[in-house]
Design a protein around this ligand. Structure first.
Ligand SMILES: NC(=O)c1ccc[n+]([C@@H]2O[C@H](COP(=O)([O-])OP(=O)(O)OC[C@H]3O[C@@H](n4cnc5c(N)ncnc54)[C@H](O)[C@@H]3O)[C@@H](O)[C@H]2O)c1
Length: 318
């Protein structure tokens, strides 16, 4: 199958591109490299340097490539930037999304897989775990813009018969995640500790998140090629983990004892989220397989290797 993936120079979608290629699919990547890196691009994929807001280029690429399926991961995903610049956030996430949907309909795309967000969409839930039926109450522009595209998917299915699958992620972690910005606690703690920085915890360390290792997210996107048509799925581990537990785990694996700097909680951050993942088990035939300890070990190993390579480069220059 020919699949066009947006955002596959970035963290999650680069792993999805690798998996689709390994399965024998023809994969085309569309990314503006605003956050993604060339080194993450799978060399077997054709790459189009393109901003999803650029309607003309998006239309041209879809006309040229004629993909059978689209997997849409490109996004403005800096929650704080969305708060500062809600218009920019909406331009990328909503208008960019509509550009892709219109191009998909115009060129006969059969399936549109969309990376949604669970944490930013459900707001502060009254109880956990949260199922897909839980009312959407985003408390940030990013949560609003990411969720809005789900409405367009529903409408485009109704209007034009474009089939979709929405995968709403918990907190994804793993190799290639960026430590820039405030998302990606694992990446931030790993790089921070490896460069001798004192880790910062916003609040007292008791905030609860639901972490999912990136390879489990990949298998959900593989399953979504054939299953779960016109459905929305929570994709996460369903396990509650505090900020303090993540830091303690990373410190222990690295063998670096540390005392974090506790600072005030940031506005817009929720206390606790954990997802009900039973629907994905039933309809998508998907289950997470990587426990937190194993995922953390693989993530730490990746960042240790990256740090070593950086030192080697410095030595070479010296
Ligand atoms: N990381 C998480 O925990 C998480 C949780 C929930 C949902 N998501 C969603 O998953 C997707 C991927 O997240 P990620 O963590 O891999 O982020 P990432 O920043 O590593 O990847 C995003 C990619 O999109 C590209 N991009 C950004 N704006 C673009 C534009 N205007 N045009 C073309 N390309 C553009 C970037 O260059 C980057 O390569 C996003 O849609 C995000 O909302 C991520």
């Amino acid at each position: 199958m020919k699949i066009l993936i947006t955002g596959a120079a970035g963290f999650i979608a680069s792993h999805i591109a690798d998996a689709y290629v390994a399965q024998g699919h023809e994969v085309v990547i569309l990314d503006d490299l605003s956050r993604g890196k060339r080194e993450n691009l799978n060399p077997k994929c054709r790459f189009h340097f393109c901003d999803i807001r650029d309607r003309k280029s998006v239309n041209r690429i879809f006309r040229e490539e004629k993909p059978t399926a689209v997997n849409h991961h490109a996004a403005q995903m800096d929650v704080r930037r969305g708060v500062r610049e809600p218009l920019f956030d909406a331009e990328v996430n909503i208008l960019g999304g509509i550009n892709l949907l219109e191009a998909a309909v115009a060129t006969g795309v059969q399936r549109f897989i969309y990376a949604g967000t669970a944490g930013a969409g459900y707001g502060e839930p009254k109880q956990v775990p949260v199922s897909e039926q839980y009312p959407i109450n985003p408390i940030t522009p990013y949560g609003i813009s990411k969720h809005t595209v789900e409405h367009y998917l529903f409408a485009f299915q109704f209007l034009y018969g474009l089939n979709y699958v929405v995968v709403r992620y918990g907190n994804v972690y793993g190799p290639r995640q960026s430590s820039q910005g405030e998302a990606g606690v694992f990446a931030i703690f790993c790089e921070g500790l490896l460069t001798g920085k004192q880790p910062i915890i916003y609040g007292d360390g008791t905030k609860i998140r639901d972490y999912i290792y990136v390879s489990d997210v990949v298998t959900a996107n593989v399953a979504a090629l054939d299953h779960g048509t016109n459905e929305i799925f929570n994709i996460s581990s369903g396990v509650q983990t505090t900020d303090q537990e993540v830091l303690d785990l990373v410190s222990k694996i690295l063998g670096i004892a540390t005392e974090p700097h506790y600072v005030a909680r940031r506005a817009g951050e929720i206390d606790r989220i954990c997802l009900d993942i039973r629907k994905a088990a039933g309809l998508l035939g998907w289950k997470p397989t990587v426990p937190l300890l194993a995922g953390a070990q693989q993530t730490v190993a990746y960042f240790e290797e990256k740090a070593k390579n950086r030192l080697r480069k410095v030595d070479d220059i010296g």
